[in-house]
Design a protein around this ligand. Structure first.
Ligand SMILES: [Zn+2]
Length: 425
């Protein structure tokens, strides 16, 4: 059994939204009260209170405050568990001599949502296509909230838990499904073998010279974001206008995130669908941003902000792409090879003769001083990781210049699923 999370957008009507907001307020109140209890007990009696101490008081609270009853006891327990996790993380970091922040009281506005840890107290009904209904609560007080979303795992998928969140005034329901491995499997339409180099000028370059351009939102939405932040900086902090701009910026942030996720899902799905072998290199976080500083003659404006945005948008995209490739490759039975960057140095190595040819980031063409091989820089790097995928580590012995071995643990990794692999052959 695999676990897959799917998120549905909720469309509560005014009454339902008001009730959900009230529920979040109560969960938030419980969280803060439990935190206060822990702090008090420690200050006054030097005693620490455990999760179970707090869980055992829940029936009393419900007797005292009947409005808590309809939230469901497991959901309430889950909120207490959330606080317990915050404390565990705090103490873990104290032990490892870091400087952790003490668990904080949360403002109702910032409280993200609540969670049902098991399939009791709610039901998600798929009504054909993308339409869905979330039934939540029991008896007369139950709500049927309109939802939108779809998953590909079929009727066999068993719901496991539900998290309801509120973000920028919109409501979402995330459901974890338990899915059989067969239902997770992806169809594959091709058996290509590809090396990929992810970069900044083009989002991806393949070993055969094909490229995927950077998604347009990077250059289209980013200036708007910088503009909003600039405007907000001119307003008085905490004023209505400043807050209005803040929420606009938050919405734009979310929009960029959605566009990026959509782009990455489509591209990685296509790569995995068309290829039997995919090779790429480990993620380097250092080189991830295009210089915003410009040149000496033509210095860039808003250098810091632009660099920050650039880095954020592009690097977040790449680590997400790597994660997506990993699980999608497993689902499709595609062999994903992740080359060790430091050992292999794909951007410096010649794909034809395996010699190291030093280049700066500005040099866009690979010209080998040993064998004369010429290729576009990223294409050469993609070819190098692809060769490494066929002959990881050992294959280099067949090459003129063997790689120097580094620490044993820093080997290139190949992920594959034996089950699906054997079906193919
Ligand atoms: Zn060469």
């Amino acid at each position: 059994m695999e676990r897959r999370k799917v998120t549905f957008k909720l469309y509560p009507n005014a009454t339902e939204a008001e009730r959900l907001t009230g529920w979040i307020r109560l969960h938030c109140e419980l969280y803060n009260a439990a935190l206060e209890e822990r702090i008090d007990a420690y200050r006054k009696h030097g005693k620490s209170i455990s999760y179970y101490d707090q869980q055992n008081v829940l029936p009393e609270i419900k007797a005292d405050r009947p409005e808590f009853v309809e939230l469901g006891s497991h959901a309430l327990q889950q909120t207490l568990r959330k606080l317990d996790l915050a404390f565990q993380a705090f103490f873990r970091r104290v032990k490892s001599v870091q400087t952790p922040g003490f668990p904080r009281f949360k403002a109702n506005k910032r409280f993200a949502g609540f969670c049902y840890p098991d399939p009791a107290g709610w039901k998600l009904l798929q009504n054909g296509g993308r339409g869905a209904t979330l039934r939540i609560g029991s008896g007369k007080s139950a709500m049927s909230i309109r939802a939108r979303g779809q998953h590909r795992f079929g009727d066999g998928a068993k719901p496991n838990d539900l998290t309801i969140t509120r973000k920028n005034g919109e409501w979402y329901a995330s459901v974890t499904l338990r899915v059989s491995e067969d239902a997770c499997a992806r169809a594959r339409s091709g058996d290509a073998t590809r090396g990929i180099d992810f970069g900044l000028n083009d989002w991806a370059t393949f070993d055969n010279g094909e490229t995927i351009a950077n998604p347009r939102f990077v250059c289209r939405e980013m200036p708007r974001m910088a503009d909003l932040q600039r405007q907000q900086a001119r307003k008085q902090r905490g004023s209505i206008r400043s807050r209005r701009l803040g929420s606009q910026a938050a919405k734009l942030h979310e929009r960029i995130g959605n566009l990026r996720r959509d782009f990455l899902h489509k591209q990685t799905s296509r790569m995995v669908r068309e290829c039997a072998v995919l090779a790429t290199e480990e993620l380097r976080t250092r080189h991830m941003s295009r210089s915003a500083s410009g040149t000496k003659e033509k210095p860039g404006r808003m250098v810091k902000q632009k660099a920050g945005l650039n880095r954020e948008i592009l690097s977040a995209g790449l680590s997400m792409a790597h994660q997506m490739l990993a699980y999608k490759a497993a689902e499709a039975g595609t062999r994903l090879h992740v080359a060790n960057t430091r050992q292999l140095k794909p951007s410096q190595r010649c794909a034809a003769c395996w010699a190291i040819v030093a280049k700066t980031l500005a040099q866009r063409t690979h010209v080998c001083s040993h064998c004369g091989h010429t290729a576009q820089r990223d294409q050469n790097a993609a070819s190098v990781v692809l060769i490494d995928a066929h002959t990881p580590g050992t294959g280099v012995a067949a090459r003129p210049k063997p790689l120097s071995r580094q620490r044993a643990k820093s080997k290139s990794v190949t992920r594959e699923t034996p089950a699906t692999e054997s079906q193919d052959s």
